[in-house]
Write a protein that binds this ligand. Structure first.
Ligand SMILES: [Mg+2]
Length: 165
């Protein structure tokens, strides 16, 4: 398999339904934070995303935030959502994924990482041996230079992914 290719792709996290997760055998999810749950420049989780997390939790899906952001910042987000977290995760290295799964007792076969970056989220999940779900970044124009820099290369990987699937 290509380590840069996501297992699944969605326009946004809120497009992922509980029924679909169930069909894929996914019950535990690691969630990237910036540009996946919220705009890069804002501390606020988008209300529709917070609702989505509540709905999935009510159906029995369990979550853990997994971010490369600093601990004190991600802890605030986690507290707001009442979710566990691990940060900084040092994605694309797989160790953060594995540590979060151990910490939360997530089974690899039932776990996916949802995130917006091929070279951080998708690669980390694939290296950790779990499934990767790529979503389109929320407001990518707000991202810092180092994140925007990677987008053209991501588009290249994703166009080859689309051709090959
Ligand atoms: Mg992100």
């Amino acid at each position: 398999m290509n380590f840069f290719y996501p297992h699944y792709r969605f326009g946004s996290i809120v497009e992922i339904s509980f029924e679909w997760l169930k069909e894929q055998g996914l019950s535990t999810l690691l969630l990237d934070v910036d540009s996946t749950l919220k705009y890069y420049s804002s501390p606020q989780i988008l209300p529709e995303v917070a609702d989505w997390i509540d709905q999935q939790s009510a159906c029995g899906i369990r979550f853990c935030l997994l971010s490369n952001g600093r601990q004190h910042r991600i802890r605030k987000t986690a507290d707001m959502l009442k979710l566990p977290y691990l940060a900084p995760a040092y994605k694309p290295l797989p160790f953060g994924c594995k540590k979060a799964m151990r910490q939360e007792h997530f089974e690899p076969l039932q776990t996916a990482l949802i995130g917006d970056q091929v070279f951080a989220d998708v690669l980390a999940a694939n290296l950790a041996g779990i499934r990767s779900i790529l979503v389109a970044p929320l407001r990518p124009e707000e991202e810092p230079f180092f994140a925007r820099m990677k987008r053209p290369l991501e588009r290249l990987v994703l166009s080859s992914y689309e051709r090959n699937r």
